[in-house]
Design a binder for this molecule. Structure first.
Ligand code: ZN
Length: 309
């Protein structure tokens, strides 16, 4: 599966910080040193400015100016977060094109926290702390285990989603963004959540696979009679010479190019009912970059099959 990622927009600049600093300055003023601050009359755009003015020049005013500008803590290269009692090193990056704070778990490395160019470390840290449990769930998840209930994490079309149980509320499974996290809201009693979620995945899979099968059937000039979702933990798809195709619903968990490859493969069997060179040439005709999906399944297929037994 593709690496997991969560994001959050930076907070708007806070005027409050300036006010707090001004108060600090007041406490530090000493002796004959006088200072004052006044609200600036000028407004730039929507942002009101507070102008601090040191009345007496001298070394003290320099200290105060330092205080004024020290508000921005440096952004470290990495930070350590305790996740379930275990210290985890998080790499920290500032990305020129990032628009939001982002926490990601690439498969090839440890967690990475990305800040936009104008991001603030305090905000980044708060964002990280807020999503500690998300990180814990993602780090702990063994490849062969998958939890389809509240608090679990499951991929949908290659993107990790957090599962949130909605208790006894009736209704459908809903895909939403919650606190910047892709989330699946699953209604119903906890005991039935796994089944409801699986049923929903099957519907989503059916829609995606019907669309991609129709696309490839048209390109190859064949007719697909029916499409059914199956749970067999051993195969991704099967096809009869009469045009009935069975697919594994778990394909909807994988990145879309993987599902597309399996659809192209099964539809190509309606032209060539074998795995001959002619068959592979047919798959390639309708899906020129078929190798990508094939390679992905070889590398991650077993993990994918472990979901929602
Ligand atoms: Zn085949």
């Amino acid at each position: 599966m593709a690496g997991a990622t969560i994001t959050a927009k930076p907070q708007p600049h806070l005027l409050l910080k300036t006010v707090v600093l001004a108060t600090e300055l007041g406490a530090l003023a000493r002796g004959a040193f006088l200072f004052g601050w006044r609200e600036g009359a000028q407004r730039s755009g929507r942002q009101r400015r507070i102008v601090f003015r040191a009345i007496m020049p001298g070394p003290d005013s320099l200290d105060i100016m330092n205080l004024f500008f020290r508000a921005k803590p440096k952004i470290p290269q990495s930070t350590i977060l305790e996740v379930d009692g275990v210290p985890v090193t998080i790499a920290v990056r500032v990305h020129a094109r990032a628009r939001s704070y982002r926490l990601s778990l690439p498969h090839a490395s440890g967690p990475v926290l990305t800040l936009p160019p104008h991001g603030k470390w305090a905000e980044a840290e708060a964002f990280l702390l807020k999503h500690r449990s998300w990180l814990a769930a993602r780090i702990k998840r063994a490849p062969e285990a998958s939890h389809f209930g509240d608090g679990g994490v499951v991929p949908l079309r290659g993107v990790e989603h957090r599962i949130v149980g909605m208790g006894k509320v009736r209704g459908r499974v809903e895909r939403v963004e919650l606190d910047g996290l892709p989330t699946l809201l699953v209604p119903g009693e906890p005991a039935h959540q796994a089944r409801r979620l699986t049923d929903w995945f099957k519907e989503e899979a059916q829609a995606d696979l019907a669309a991609r099968s129709a696309f490839h059937a048209e390109r190859l000039g064949v007719h697909v009679r029916s499409i059914r979702m199956r749970s067999q933990a051993s195969r991704w798809g099967s096809c009869s010479s009469t045009g009935n195709i069975n697919y594994n619903w778990r394909l909807v968990l994988a990145p879309p190019f993987v599902l597309d490859y399996v659809a192209a493969h099964e539809v190509a069997h309606l032209v060539e009912m074998n795995h001959s060179a002619a068959f592979w040439a047919t798959v390639e005709r309708t899906l020129p970059d078929m190798d990508r999906g094939r390679a992905w399944l070889k590398a991650h297929g077993r993990q994918l099959m472990a979901h929602g037994a």
